[in-house]
Design a protein around this ligand. Structure first.
Ligand code: SF4
Ligand code: SF4
Length: 220
């Protein structure tokens, strides 16, 4: 999220897992993010909130589907997976990216750039996490949710409601048990390695209260 380049090829759905052939080639936070993308692809967050200073009109003109939430305090935000995320995990609107995107650093990024963990170890954790997220996506697809344009937490929430309606066949129930376990394992990883205490308390891309509380904490 923090260190990305402008790129030209937008990626509408989720990029496949793909890493540098040489794990040792990752030697900076920038390269780590290029191998990760979890804060843009709907794994960590449901949405990004715009802040004062972000130009919603300009971001919309650049293709970000910014909308205003209903409720007592309207909030401008756009959903994840981000439509500006490219197949090579660069940001198509990098020079104009919103404030949350400019400032967000996950815990793993902070630890790696501060030298508390090596980049090789950080990349290993990114790989493990992306594999866990891909497993969740696969199980969601097998249970009939093929909406790759929605965040994982939201998809799991919707699938849970469907499965708990009592109409599911026995094989689907067994698969849903697998999905619940896969989501649980992913959630543990995200909270242990990526989310930070500050983010859990605040809003925005952080995990937003919606993402962290409703999906990655309460729903899972
Ligand atoms: S989740 Fe962390 S390591 Fe991954 S792209 Fe975002 S800031 Fe970079
Ligand atoms: S605009 Fe989208 S792709 Fe770019 S950094 Fe923000 S969330 Fe990621």
């Amino acid at each position: 999220m923090y260190l990305r380049y402008f790129a030209r090829t937008p990626f509408a759905a989720l990029p496949p897992v793909g890493f540098p052939a040489d794990g040792g080639a990752v030697k900076s936070g920038e390269q780590l993010c290029r191998a990760c993308g979890l804060c843009c692809d709907g794994t960590l967050f449901d949405l990004v909130k715009l802040e004062r200073g972000d130009d919603a009109g300009k971001l919309k003109a650049l293709g970000l589907p910014v909308s205003i939430s209903r409720g007592k305090t309207p909030v401008a935000r756009f959903p994840q997976p981000c439509s500006a995320l490219c197949a090579d995990r660069t940001c198509q609107v990098y020079p104009e990216r919103p404030w949350q995107c400019r400032t967000f650093e996950c815990q793993l990024f902070k630890d790696a750039t501060a030298g508390r963990i090596t980049f090789v170890a950080a990349l290993r954790l990114v790989k493990q996490t992306r594999r866990r997220a891909d497993k969740v996506r696969r199980l969601l697809r097998e249970l009939g949710d093929t909406d790759e344009h929605r965040a994982l937490g939201e998809r799991f929430h919707r699938t849970s409601e469907r499965m708990e309606s009592g109409k599911a066949a026995e094989p689907a129930k067994i698969k849903f048990a697998d999905l619940s376990l896969a989501v649980h394992r992913l959630k543990l990883f995200l909270h242990d390695k990526f989310y930070t205490q500050n983010e859990a308390r605040s809003g925005g891309k952080s995990p937003s209260p919606e993402a962290a509380e409703n999906h990655f904490k309460m729903t899972f």
